[in-house]
Design a protein around this ligand. Structure first.
Ligand SMILES: NC(=O)c1ccc[n+]([C@@H]2O[C@H](COP(=O)([O-])OP(=O)(O)OC[C@H]3O[C@@H](n4cnc5c(N)ncnc54)[C@H](OP(=O)(O)O)[C@@H]3O)[C@@H](O)[C@H]2O)c1
Length: 257
């Protein structure tokens, strides 16, 4: 696929690039600071578009003018709490969604496939209709973003949200090609509820669900290069992906009992 990648100078986006290339995608980088793109990454990008990730019209123009079939958003950074300013991230998320919708409508035909970085807290808890974030209110903006995107029909916007907990790079710098010790095969991947989530502390009155989330969440920290490989591999499936219209979380296989 030809993929528009936003955030290629960031922690996630810089590792997403080698993963996408390893899965034979062509990548158009969308950045606000082209001078920050590492020389090796620059030489591997199909082209570079300079613009703000909160500029919906510019993102739409990039999708259409480069004839992209997919978009991966790794631009912006969610604030950990709801007390501080949310910064530009909500505007970025909304602009990217709008741009993909508008580009898809303008082009006609099949919807554009997209993966957007989100957060672990929007996965369902075992007590419906509550999300994990309702028990551990960190990175609260992801809930608003999820509400925005879930109202979009998937025949207009073929979306998936990557709901990672903390992701740590295994290698200090992006590896071209990705090193053999990192792969989606190291992960269990699941939609809606986190993989291998178990109901603990069910019988503890009042605080049982809080304890459940607190006790398990940190076990979902994952290797960043494994995570980006999930997205890059899935994009090979195009609109046949099982993850369209889903929130997707991962767990390292080594941490599954
Ligand atoms: N890292 C994790 O463990 C983790 C876990 C869960 C979810 N996530 C989510 O993954 C996403 C990426 O995280 P990250 O760790 O890669 O963050 P990061 O290292 O701070 O990278 C953010 C990227 O966004 C770009 N950006 C910010 N504002 C922009 C704008 N207005 N226009 C264009 N580009 C803009 C930055 O470009 P500049 O270089 O120009 O600043 C940079 O490339 C975030 O949504 C984050 O919440 C991350």
């Amino acid at each position: 696929m030809k993929v528009l990648l936003l955030g290629v100078t960031g922690n996630v986006g810089s590792r997403m690039l080698p993963a996408l290339l390893a899965h034979k995608h062509q990548v158009v980088g969308y950045v606000r600071s082209p001078a920050k793109i590492a020389p090796e990454a620059k030489s591997k990008l199909d082209s570079i578009v300079v613009g703000s990730a909160s500029d919906s019209a510019a993102i739409k123009a990039a999708i259409l003018s480069h004839n992209c079939d997919a978009v991966v958003n790794a631009a912006g950074l969610a604030s950990m709490t709801g007390w501080s300013s949310q910064g530009e991230f909500p505007a970025i998320f909304a602009a990217v969604v709008q741009a993909i919708l508008d580009a898809g409508r303008e082009r006609g035909g099949a919807p554009i496939r997209c993966w957007l970085m989100s957060g672990f807290g929007i996965m369902d808890s075992l007590k419906r209709p509550y999300l994990l974030l309702d028990y551990l209110p960190l990175f609260p903006i992801h809930k608003r973003n999820y509400q925005l995107i879930k109202s979009q029909p998937t025949d207009a916007l073929a979306w998936s949200l990557f709901c990672a907990n903390a992701m740590s790079p295994k290698h200090e710098t992006p590896q071209f090609p990705p090193s053999a010790d990192t792969s989606a095969n190291n992960l269990v991947v699941k939609a809606d509820t986190p993989p291998a989530w178990v109901e603990k502390y069910r019988k503890v009155p009042l605080i049982g669900n809080y304890l459940n989330v607190l006790a398990q969440a940190q076990g979902y920290a994952a290797v960043l290069e494994n995570c980006v490989d999930v997205i890059a591999a899935d994009l090979e499936k195009g609109l046949e992906s099982e993850w369209i219209g889903k929130r997707v979380a991962v767990k390292e296989k080594s941490k599954v009992n």
